[in-house]
Design a protein around this ligand. Structure first.
Ligand code: CAA
Ligand code: NAD
Length: 291
């Protein structure tokens, strides 16, 4: 990928160039959806091997969508895929990734310090009007944004997994987030053909609620929730899908925060053991289930 994008922002001041940090499950999905909808996107990760993983995720998803949208028309399928890729470039140098971008969406590991370190660095080198957004599942946006000099241009932009499929995006606006920043993020979300909802900066937001009760087998609980409650995935399948390391960081973070009932966020031994064994869910080939 050697795409060179124009670095001039159009007069209307709306967002055109987006940089996504992290090319994992979420980052790759966000890059894809943005590029599919005409944004110029830079995908940044710390190593080329992770970038390659992200590209594979995008490839698989794009060909699924192309086949569905342009059933018997191979030319249109090809052109859809090529046009999307022409909107994407990749970068392993985090400073370079931030050059001339209008919006930074961070989707790196769920760790407060790692996120703060990245944004602290990016704050110094980014254009003054670049908006910063974090896709964090559980960390307070104000805790991340406070280390920057642009708290008014900082918000949460919470996509759901799998990004190309899930319509919802939570925009987390805190007291420092300006109305202009918020409106720009609403506009970006809609241009990505997603439905935004606005949330306050409280841990857990509206939708994240993943709990475990070990009173039956993993398989039985999943079957019961799918057939009895109409869920598309059972809770353990979903946990594997989200990533057990990410899930563990979320629960650990909430426990540390102390705002949620201690019983609900007590350590889950099975989860801790699986993460220790490197069984991180679907992305690593094994978790509660083997893939
Ligand atoms: N890219 C493109 N298309 C995709 C896709 C992807 N990554 N994943 C699934 N699809 C499409 C498939 O092509 C298929 O389309 P058709 O029906 O037109 O053929 C359709 O979605 C259904 O896929 P499948 O038949 O393979 O499987 P499914 O019916 O089980 O659907 C699913 C897959 C959409 C992932 C569904 O299982 C589901 O909704 N699961 C629950 C997901 C969920 O709850 N996500 C939220 C997680 S929590 C979170 O994200 C917040 C957090 O901070 C942790
Ligand atoms: P993941 O483990 O799949 O990917 C994280 C990626 O970030 C990795 O490729 C890693 O190399 C990269 N990374 C780490 N440090 C970096 C840095 N300094 N610069 C650039 N890249 C860096 O994780 P994920 O599931 O994509 O989750 C990412 C974020 O999105 C987390 O904050 C998570 O809480 C949130 N989230 C996850 C889900 C989900 O279902 N997995 C849903 C919504 C939100």
């Amino acid at each position: 990928l050697n795409n060179n994008f124009s670095t001039t922002t159009p007069n209307n001041n709306s967002i055109q160039n987006i940089t996504v940090y992290g090319s994992g499950l979420m980052g790759a999905g966000i890059v894809q959806v943005a590029a599919q909808n005409g944004f110029k996107v830079t995908m940044v990760d710390i190593e080329q091997a992770f970038i390659e993983k992200g590209k594979k995720i995008i490839d698989a998803s794009l060909s699924r969508i192309a086949k569905k949208q342009f059933k018997d028309d191979e030319n249109s399928q090809k052109s859809f895929i090529e046009t999307t890729w022409s909107n994407i470039k990749t970068e392993t140098n985090s400073e370079k990734g931030a050059e001339n971008t209008d919006l930074i969406i961070e989707a790196i590991v769920e760790n407060l310090e790692t996120k703060q370190n990245l944004f602290k660095k990016l704050d110094k080198i980014s254009k003054p009007n670049t908006i910063f957004a974090s896709n964090t599942s559980s960390l307070p946006i104000s805790e991340i944004s406070k280390i920057t000099e642009r708290q008014d241009k900082f918000a949460g932009l919470h996509f759901f997994n799998p990004v190309p499929q899930m319509k919802l995006v939570e925009i987390i606006k805190n007291d420092q987030t300006s109305e202009d920043t918020y409106q720009k993020l609403v506009d970006v979300t809609k241009r990505m053909k997603k439905t935004p909802v606005t949330c306050k900066d409280t841990p857990g937001y509206v939708s994240v609620r993943l709990a475990e009760r070990g009173e039956a087998t993993t398989e039985d609980i999943d079957t019961a929730m799918k057939l009895g409650a109409g869920m598309p995935m059972g809770p353990f399948e979903l946990s594997d899908f989200v990533g057990l390391d990410t899930l563990k960081s979320i629960v650990d973070g909430w426990r540390k925060d102390g705002k949620i009932d201690a019983g609900l966020v007590a350590p889950i031994k099975k989860l801790d053991d699986l993460v220790k064994e490197g069984k991180l869910g679907r992305k690593s080939g094994a978790g509660f289930y083997t893939y």
